[in-house]
Ligand binder design. Structure first.
Ligand SMILES: [Mn+2]
Length: 200
């Protein structure tokens, strides 16, 4: 199912830092894709360690539920300063389960319905420090739809932007990053597009 999604990210550490506390993972499996972004608390090396740890844990897993994945990350990050996290799991039928913890954002743009957008609002908490009672959200995407994950280094006003459904994920990611980036924090935007055909 390597062609279920096309995706691209645009990211950079805050001005003056070399280590990036914002990290992402897109892990393709035979029947699903795991999507994740993490924003380690603060910035600099310690933030980067926390966020990279979360991505490493997720990369080493095999089909666990999102709630189980968050618990695994939580345990692994207890020795770090912690991270906020947005996760989604999409299957060959374009169904999506998602879960967000802390100040981090997702948005689903429909390619139909005049580009109707649906916010994926996260729950309070910090992975590695304090978890809320975890709950997942669900929706079914259509081929051509766009999903965007962003850390708080991207100003939230980006959700008012209407991406051209014919623009590539890289073009959209670069535009959002250039237009809405807060240079006083690490920043990351990850853009995913369900393909109109795939080899599932
Ligand atoms: Mn941040």
């Amino acid at each position: 199912m390597t062609n279920l999604l096309s995706y691209a990210a645009s990211t950079a550490p805050m001005t003056g830092e070399t280590e990036n506390g914002d990290q992402y993972l897109v892990k393709q499996s035979p029947h699903s894709v795991l999507i994740a972004i993490a924003d380690g608390l603060g910035h600099g090396e310690e933030a980067s360690i926390a966020a990279k740890k979360a991505m490493q844990v997720l990369n080493d897993t095999h089909g666990e539920s999102l709630i189980d994945l968050v618990h695994l990350c939580h345990t692994a990050l207890e020795a770090t300063r912690g991270s906020v996290l947005m996760l989604a799991h999409t299957q060959a039928d374009c169904s999506v389960v998602w879960l967000g913890i802390g100040n981090i954002l997702g948005i689903h743009w429909s390619s139909k319905d005049q580009g109707k957008s649906t916010l994926l609002a996260s729950q309070g908490g910090v992975v590695g420090f304090q978890l809320p009672h975890l709950r997942t959200g669900q929706f079914t995407a259509e081929p051509g739809d766009t999903l965007i994950f962003a850390t708080d280094g991207i100003f939230e006003q980006f959700i008012e932007y209407q991406p051209n459904p014919h623009s590539s994920p890289q073009v959209i990611a670069n535009h959002i990053f250039k237009t809405y980036r807060n240079t006083n924090d690490d920043a990351l935007v990850l853009v995913l597009r369900w393909m109109t055909t795939y080899d599932g």
